[in-house]
Design a protein around this ligand. Sequence first.
Ligand code: HEM
Length: 214
Amino acid sequence: MPNRAVVLLKVLVHLACLAPFLILAWHTYHDLTHPDSVALLGPDPTAALSHGTGFAALRILIISLAITPVRRLSRSLGWLVRFRRMLGLYAFFYASVHLLVYLKLYANLDWPTLVDDLSKRRYIIAGFSAWLLLLPLALTSTKWSIRKLGKNWQVLHRLVYVAALLGIIHYWWIVKTGVLDPLKITIVLAMVLLARPAWSWIDAKRRQRHMAEA
Ligand code: HEM
């Protein structure tokens, strides 16, 4: 794909990634400044802000993980890799806004509440652990860190798989028992993660066949 087209696509991806935040920010501003009109965030603004930012974080994280297996489908898709870092950073951005929503609107910036939640509520422990894993990945997403860390960078960034799994576990532990809402996104993550060993297996088979034909 020509460089200009990739740049244009990057602008579109930036807009698509920013859209959930801009919509939630506009709804929040509207509801705070027009208390007498219909609330755009709905009857439970805390849940709306938490769910909106949580879903954005999880979806963008899984899209960023899908880039490697999709890119393998054809050599002409190599340019997709140029979107991985920006998507990873947007996933971290939304997870951080999500954390701020929790700290302000759920925990009321009250330290004992946070400690209590972190010691008792397993979905908060899973969510917080996912965020803690995304933090070093975001901090080492610069070209300088990639050069500096060398091979360790690849090893460190495998933590993204664990962060995505913890995000999914967090979601399952939030919904009531028997509710299967998280199932669809869980299947998508499973396919994205299993695509990697599947491609390695296909490669090994191809190599074996070439060796046998040689
Ligand atoms: C940083 C630490 C985190 C905290 C304290 C936290 C806390 C919360 C809370 C309080 C809710 C709302 C629960 C409810 O409605 O009862 C929630 C929902 C959600 N969180 Fe997190 N979370 C964190 C990290 C994450 C991360 C890293 C992800 C994704 C990668 C994520 C994805 C979600 C999703 C998808 C929902 C919506 C679930 C639903 O609609 O039922 N969260 N989180």
